[in-house]
Ligand binder design. Structure first.
Ligand code: GUN
Length: 299
């Protein structure tokens, strides 16, 4: 059998950002409004600093307003809640993202649930989880939403009747991913660390979404021939072949094995990773249009 098609998340994300930029331009021309995204960072976690920098840069590149707020790691939860409340009330801010993880002395759920649900472009607020679960208009978490876009790009829009397995049950990826696939009329299995015969469960699936955070756990012989494999994992492993002390990124799927069996597969890096910020920007445009009661431009 020939090797799987490699799903190019970087290229898809570039295309999505171009469509977002066109929508932003149209909103400026037709309604005199510029969508604004506020990102709040607490502390100095190096990975979070990189994410926040990239978000700010890409927000400006698509023509939106970027607002950044940085608090010391020693700030109190009350300080952070004050910032969130201020942003909730600011009409120029249509999307709010509080970068996670937060320092241990802060209650993440309390902070997230203080964000106005209509500005919660991460889709993490309990109201948005509930709206998604019950088929109401929601803000949809960026990573699973991006995965769905890649799946539809690979398989076509009609996923009805397909068997899908989501490996991982987190609130921010696994559970919303399963709900999105269910809404697309897939037959969905949610698997996790206690699942019996995970290999057998995976091998029945037309769509596999791996989001467990365990490097190369899903093997090639677990994959149904021709299946669509979406790898959300980002795991850093030693790479002595690149030199002493060097590392490289791998996913939750053993790519070298799975690529021989799957029909389509996302690489790591360059698959799901680049989608998250692009979807965040798209969500911000959606939030802006909903807040103003205007139709989202279909660019
Ligand atoms: N930290 C890592 N990824 C994310 C994300 O998508 N949203 C938030 N709020 N924090 C993160």
């Amino acid at each position: 059998m020939s090797e799987a098609k490699r799903i190019d998340g970087k290229a898809f994300a570039e295309g999505l950002r171009a469509r977002v930029a066109a929508r932003v331009q149209k909103l400026k021309e037709d309604h005199g409004v510029t969508p604004g995204l506020a990102v709040v960072l607490v502390g100095e976690d190096p990975a979070s600093q990189v994410y926040v920098r990239n978000k700010g840069k890409q927000t400006i590149e698509v023509g939106m307003e970027s607002f950044e707020f940085k608090l010391d790691a020693t700030a109190t939860e009350g300080d952070l809640l004050d910032v969130v409340e201020e942003l909730n009330a600011d009409p120029n801010v249509h999307g709010i993202l509080v970068q996670l993880p937060l320092p241990d002395h802060m209650d993440e759920a309390k902070v997230i649930n203080t964000i106005s649900p209509d500005k919660d472009v991460d889709g993490f607020h309990v109201i948005n989880s509930g709206r998604l679960m019950t088929g109401q208009e929601a803000m949809i978490p960026c990573t699973p939403y991006g995965c769905l876009m890649l799946i539809k790009d690979a398989l076509g829009d009609n996923l009805s009747g397909k068997r899908a397995i989501v490996v991982g049950r987190s609130n921010i990826v696994g559970k919303p991913m399963a709900q999105l696939l269910l809404d697309a009329h897939c037959t969905v299995t949610i698997a996790h660390s206690r699942t019996r015969d995970l290999a057998g469960e995976c091998s029945r699936a037309d769509i596999v979404v791996a989001a467990v955070g365990r490097e190369r756990m899903i093997k090639g012989d677990w994959i149904k021939p021709g299946a669509c494999v979406i790898d959300v994992g980002i795991n850093r492993i030693p790479a002595p072949e690149k030199g002493e002390g060097k590392t490289r990124l791998v996913g939750d799927v053993d790519f070298d094995e799975a690529v021989q069996v799957a029909g389509a597969i996302t690489p790591v890096p360059g698959g799901v990773g680049p989608m998250t910020i692009a979807v965040l920007l798209a969500n911000t445009v959606t939030a802006c249009c909903r807040s103003l009661g205007i139709q989202e431009p279909d660019a």
